[in-house]
Ligand binder design. Structure first.
Ligand SMILES: Nc1nc2c(c(=O)[nH]1)N[C@H]1C(S)=C(S)[C@@H](COP(=O)(O)O)O[C@H]1N2
Ligand SMILES: [Mo]
Length: 155
């Protein structure tokens, strides 16, 4: 698997320094004044899907993940007007309810059964399985295929 380097802040360095275990798979879930820290188990508790896929960034295999709407529903956030994703490298995107209706987004939790390290685009990444071909052909953008997700913020 191709690796890439983030310009990591102190938090990222500590996450990698911890050995990429449970700590690195944490997801901050923020709504208003409330922030909760979810573990991999918490995220996957909405029910996982498995599919063979090739990610446009150059890695392939059996992806495990939770459909974004199922995840939001399980967290009581199905009605969120804006769901923002913030990555360990500072990249950020958001989805509106309309965008979530147009496409099924998969919040990836594992590749080939294993949690994904931050330096391998983990611990969480968003993909649109139906768009894989189109993204490869260059007819669909992948600006919302955010990887290395650290935080989900809903309002
Ligand atoms: N975490 C993270 N996800 C990201 C990005 C990024 O810089 N960081 N770039 C986005 C953009 S703008 C695009 S087009 C695709 C591909 O990015 P790349 O061309 O830099 O590989 O990934 C998206 N996901
Ligand atoms: Mo982009």
């Amino acid at each position: 698997m191709r690796r890439f380097l983030f310009s990591l802040g102190m938090t990222g360095l500590l996450l990698i320094g911890s050995g990429g275990g449970a700590l690195a798979a944490e997801l901050s879930l923020n709504q208003g004044a409330e922030t909760r820290t979810l573990t991999l188990n918490d995220v996957e508790s909405a029910g996982v899907t498995h599919l063979e896929m090739r990610h446009p960034e150059g890695f392939a295999g059996r992806f495990t993940g939770v459909w974004l709407d199922d995840f939001l529903e399980a967290q009581g956030l199905a009605q969120a007007r804006r769901v923002r994703f913030i990555a360990h490298d500072g990249y950020t995107t958001f989805l509106t309810p309309e965008q979530r209706r147009q496409k099924d987004y998969l919040l990836v939790t594992r590749l080939d059964g294993e949690p994904i390290a931050v330096e391998d685009y983990g611990p969480y990444m968003l993909v649109v399985p139906k768009d894989v071909e189109a993204v490869h052909e260059g007819t669909e953008p992948m600006t919302r295929w955010i990887w290395a997700i650290a935080e989900v913020s809903a309002r």
